[in-house]
Design a protein around this ligand. Sequence first.
Ligand SMILES: Cc1cc2nc3c(=O)[nH]c(=O)nc-3n(C[C@H](O)[C@H](O)[C@H](O)COP(=O)(O)OP(=O)(O)OC[C@H]3O[C@@H](n4cnc5c(N)ncnc54)[C@H](O)[C@@H]3O)c2cc1C
Length: 361
Amino acid sequence: MEIHKDYDLTKLNTFGISVSAKFFIEIHDKTDLENLFDTPEFKNNKKLFLGGGSNILFTKNFDGLVVLNKLKGIKILSESSTDVVIHAMSGEIWHDLVIFAVERGYWGIENLSLIPGTVGAAPMQNIGAYGAELRDVLESVEAYDLESGKENKKKVFSREECLFGYRDSIFKNELKDKYFIFAITLKLSKVEKKNISYKILREYLENLYAQTGNKIVPYSLKDISDAVGAIRKSKLPDPAIIPNAGSFFKNIFVEEEKLNELLKIYPNMPYFEEKNGRKNGSKASVFIASVFKKIPAAWLIEQCGWKGKRIGNVGVHNMQALVLVNYGGATEEEVKNLAESIIADVKNKFGLVLIPEVNLI
Ligand SMILES: Cc1cc2nc3c(=O)[nH]c(=O)nc-3n(C[C@H](O)[C@H](O)[C@H](O)COP(=O)(O)OP(=O)(O)OC[C@H]3O[C@@H](n4cnc5c(N)ncnc54)[C@H](O)[C@@H]3O)c2cc1C
């Protein structure tokens, strides 16, 4: 187990920001992790657990210990004729877990195909896409208390205890930086349970069906996973080609009254109903089980003229206004300034405050 000093993190964040960590280590198994707890570098420094680095923006060099999580292993814990409970270690690549499920005919995470990053980061923001979220299938999260770091301080959080919300959880709020997510368990269905409520996904599949002369119905588990993959590839820039961290901002949730006010001025403003949403910016513990309206942040940003705009080495992607991109050599300052300008413009025009989805480190 080697602890490196002044380690370059450029290739370990999908934004491609050139920063370094004072200390850096890669962990491959439970022994590496538990040995790490006893080192002075762990005890005396702030820590950052890193998965795929696809949901962070480094705002400066990290003056502490970065731990790259490579804990692997996926196994079936139990199964019945209808369900299966899967245990996945946190350093597994999320999409590898999706493939594991799809290949075996387990329904529940196919709509989350191709989301970059690791299994352990998935509960952090309750990953979601195409009408599905992690919380729909998550059973529990196994995590180490970083203050004690001892095995007997390992805690299992039930789904309810995770206080999931829209791109939110207890791990992003009250328990921020307090736990290392070690593994998760998911309950998936062995019985067909397709979720094609999301318009773009449904239309894509209907179009495929039409192309076969309405003969081959393309709604198998693999068809849905492949469709999600194809749609994502057509809409989102690949970080390997144009460095980015996916959606930089969260969508906005407003109460009916605010929505109606806005609709009077912007009658074409798109909005969606979102049940069990949580108010933007509220603490994870303040779970508001009522109906909010979701306004796509991409639309707000586009209305302020930012879509496709470039300033120096950074810009807003020309196909997806929620994605900020690094055209090469961008500094953390450039990204921060761009994000702040967008937030200010949206606030001035609509009176709404955009909240970053990306973790600023
Ligand atoms: C092109 C692109 C598309 C994306 N599309 C989506 C999408 O559709 N839906 C969606 O929800 N997200 C999306 N994202 C965001 C991102 O993929 C997810 O948030 C993902 O879960 C991040 O995983 P990661 O391993 O890269 O996390 P990292 O960026 O490495 O870490 C994110 C945060 O989680 C913490 N963390 C990571 N692992 C652990 C752990 N084991 N224990 C404790 N804390 C931990 C880190 O310290 C950090 O604060 C997209 C990103 C990109 C680049």
